[in-house]
Design a binder for this molecule. Sequence first.
Ligand code: ZN
Length: 135
Amino acid sequence: MAARKICSYCGKKLEGKREYLSEQVKEAEAYCSAECREKHKEALQKVRKNMKWFAAGIVCSVLLVLGSAFMEASESSMGHYMTGTGMFLLGLTLILFPYCTPETYAMFGYVKTNRIGRALGILTALFSLWIFCKS
Ligand SMILES: [Zn+2]
């Protein structure tokens, strides 16, 4: 994988074009323009700042969904609502902070990966609404 070189920000192909490399040499990032490099730098700073909220959102949703499994086992009617709330929180977290794996970023670039993350978040949120309606 990663044979195809793309702009780490917008995902444009870099073949035969001038590459703007990241200032940090250890990172294998390449960009189609200085603008993309600047934007990605800003975006990464924001990602770092928001990382704790992203982590908190994921941890809370996982706890809710796991907790609801115990509730369902004890035949409490609250289980449904906890699953729904957990899924909704997960969806919301992904919509606000659509972070993905480094492999995904390397394949699609930052902008497209964010769009994929958001779309998944919206689907998750819709699924949670369906859980609520079902109960
Ligand atoms: Zn670009």
